[in-house]
Design a protein around this ligand. Sequence first.
Ligand code: COA
Length: 363
Amino acid sequence: MNRDIVHDGLADISVAETELSHVDGARGRLILRGHDVEQLGGHATVEDVAHLFWHGALPNAAQRAEMQGRLYRGRQRAYALLPSLTAALTVSDAMDALRGATAQLSDHDADLPAFLCGALSVFAAAHDRMRRGEPALPPNATRSQAADYLGMLDTKPPSEARIRALETYLVTVSDHGMNASTFAARVVTSTAADSVSAIVAALCALKGPLHGGAPSQVLDMLDAIGEPKNALSWLTDTLSRGDRIMGMGHRIYQVRDPRAAVLERAIRTLTDQGEATARLALARAVEDQATRLLDAQHPTRKLRANVEFNTAVLLEAIGLDRTLLTATFAVGRSIGWLAHITEQRAKGKLIRPRSNYIGPMPA
Ligand code: COA
C-alpha cells in the first residue's frame, strides 16, 4: 500500500491562501490585514478591526460609528434572547456556556457577523453575572464593544483605563493565521455548513489548554509560585514531572510572541498600583526562568512566552475573573473567525485531507 508522508499536527503545511493575517514566526512579526499588530494594539478600536477584517480597510469616522451601531444592535438582539438561553448559560464552565448558547442561535440574522460577535460578548457577560447570582445587564447603545463588555459585567461604570486596556487586548487577539480554532471554523465552512456551526466549532477548539484555555492556568501557576524567588524550583519540579509550563511555547514563533510586548505595554499603562506591578514582576521572573529551563531542555526548539502569558496578567489587572479569560479571548477572536468564514465560503472548496491506514487488512 502506498503511504503518504504524514505531517503530524499539519506542522509546516499551508492549507489556504488568506488576505487576513500573517504570522512570521522567525522574525516575531504579526500582520493583521496589512498592519503590524504593534500599530493596531493600543491604537485601534474593536470597531476599527471589525471593519478592517470584514471590509478590507480601516474605517473613517462615519464607518466607525456605523460599525459601533451594528455591533450594538447585534448585542441587543442577543440580549433579547437571554430568557430562552438561561439553561445553556448557567452551566459552570464559561466556554461550555458560550458553546451551548451560541449553538441555539439562528443563522438567518440580517447582519450575521455583528450579531455573532456581539452575541459572544453578551453571553460571556451574562454567564459571569449569573455565576455570581446577579441578573444579566443590558447592552448600551452609547458604548463601544469593549466598553459595553465591561459595562455588561458590572453596574459600576468602567474606567477609561480599563476600557482602553481591554480594547488593546481584543484588538491584539483579533486574528492569528491558521490557528486551531480558525482552522476548525474553516473546515466546517468548507462543508457548506452555516456560520453558527462554524463558530461553535471554533469555540470548541479554542477551549483546549493548548490553544485558548491556558491563561487561567497561567494565573494558577503564578499563585502557586507566589514570589520570584520560588520560580526556579517550582518550574524545575514541573518539568521534571513531565508537565508543560502554561503560557510558554508556540508552534510558529521561534522568538517572543510580538503580542506579548503589546499586552505588556497595556498592563504598564493600566495601573501603577503596587499589586499589578508586583504581579507583572512575578510574571517576568517566571518567564525568564522558564525560558532558561526550556532552552536547556530543548536546545534546538525555541520555546518562548506566548500571548497567553501576558493575557492572563492583563485580564486579571482589568478585573476579569479567571473563569472568564478564554471566553473573553473568544469575544476578540470572533472578528477573525467571521472574516475567515467569509473567505473560506468564497473559496468554496471542501477541506478533506487524507490519512495513512495502518490498521489490519481483511484476511
Ligand atoms: N512546557 C514544557 N515543554 C514544552 C512546552 C511547554 N510549555 N511546550 C512544548 N514543550 C516541549 C514538548 O514537551 C515537546 O517535547 P519533546 O519533543 O521532548 O516531546 C517539545 O517541546 C515540542 O512540543 P510540541 O507539543 O510538539 O509542540 P507544538 O508546536 O505541537 O505545541 C504548544 C505548541 C503551544 C501546544 C505547546 O508549546 C504547549 O503545550 N504550550 C503550553 C500551553 C500553552 O501555553 N498554550 C497556549 C498556546 S497560545
